[in-house]
Design a binder for this molecule. Structure first.
Ligand code: BTN
Length: 338
């Protein structure tokens, strides 16, 4: 047990104020060391009250946003997803970390979770701005025994898992959903949608075989300010719900859900068993969409998804149902982002 944990244990056993002097004497450390460790605990999200002449008191931790390896592990109910879990306060990109770990022989299911990234990557070569403002940045290592043509569907399996974990955890008076194929969005001002989560899947090949896949997820959880260039389409769980979200609980639920969805997906190597759950969250369903296909853009109405995770769109031009695959094609709402 390190100093922080010792202090935490002492405060939680007491349930009341413990003076700085008592902590110094019991742990054989200086007053400055007590103070520094208390500051670190507060930065990690522990609600510690400090009152002159009384000392320190730990308030209820049930709903506090304490984002540490321990807090995630206690809630993880998986067999392989997130085992092992490597927790980093700061890293370049968790996707890059996963490929480095894969090269060292880490197993299927290895998870890297970070509280901040300095070189976060988004889709289409964009940057994923990753400030240390209460968000989650994480990537999993998969070494699946799947046909290469089905691996792009893993991103869709992940989107479903994030959506389900969100609905499990966040009260349903705020409407979260999936914008096909894999953005998690939330309804703001009762109408338009903004993005709270992005997913980036990358693959490494060796001798034309898949050697490693990583699915990286960036979630805007408790962030309250956004740069002007992304503020129009992005928001956070906290801004949308008006309350702070426990990141450890959200992280664990995502992997609990993912492990089960992955099992169902790999049984058939298609989306047949997951389609009803995905369509429940699909915000494009029934809405007018622009399909931004560089070869042939068109407009239509989104109907749902097919067994390969493709979006089914009834074309305005001739009423035919077009199967739109992700990849180079993206979809926008006719009047906005969704
Ligand atoms: C997108 O552009 O929508 C995808 C963003 C994916 C960001 C996550 S954050 C964790 C992981 N590490 C990265 O460098 N990117 C992904």
């Amino acid at each position: 047990m390190n100093r922080k944990q010792e202090i935490l244990q002492r405060l939680s056993r007491s349930g009341d104020f413990v003076s700085g002097q008592e902590l110094c004497e019991e742990l054989h450390i200086s007053r400055t060391a007590v103070w520094k460790n208390i500051q670190k605990l507060k930065e990690e999200g522990y609600p510690i009250e400090a009152v002159t002449n009384k000392g320190y008191r730990l308030l209820s931790v049930e709903n506090a946003d304490i984002f540490t390896q321990d807090q995630v592990m206690r809630r993880l109910g998986t067999e392989w997803a997130g085992r092992p879990l490597l927790f980093r306060e700061e890293t370049g990109s968790t996707n890059d970390d996963i490929f480095a770990l894969a090269a060292q022989g880490y197993p299927h299911g290895t998870l890297v979770v970070a509280a901040r990234q300095t070189a976060g990557k988004g889709r289409r070569g964009r940057t994923w701005i990753s400030p240390p403002d209460g968000n989650i940045y994480m990537s999993i290592l998969l070494k699946p025994d799947l046909r290469p043509d089905v691996t792009p569907m893993l991103t869709v399996v992940m989107a479903l898992s994030v959506y389900q974990a969100t609905v499990d955890l966040v009260s349903d008076d705020v409407r979260f959903g999936i914008k096909w194929p894999n953005d998690i969005v939330v309804s703001v001002d009762g109408g338009s949608y903004r993005k709270v989560c992005g997913i980036l899947t990358e693959m490494r090949m060796e001798d034309s075989e898949i050697s490693a896949i990583t699915i990286g997820i960036g979630l805007n959880v408790n962030q309250t300010r956004f740069d002007p260039e992304i503020a129009e389409n992005a928001t956070s769980y906290r801004l949308a719900t008006g309350r702070s979200i426990n990141r450890a609980a959200l992280t664990a639920r995502i992997w609990n859900r993912f492990e089960e969805n992955y099992r169902l997906f790999t049984q058939t190597q298609d989306f047949s068993q997951l389609r009803p759950a995905y369509e429940e969250g699909l915000v494009n369903r029934g809405r007018a969409v622009h399909v931004l296909d560089p070869r042939q853009p068109f407009t239509g109405t989104a109907l749902g998804i097919g067994d390969r995770g493709e979006l089914l769109v009834r074309s305005d031009a001739d009423g035919s149902v077009v199967h739109v695959s992700s990849g180079e094609v993206s979809v926008r709402g006719v009047r906005g982002y969704v």
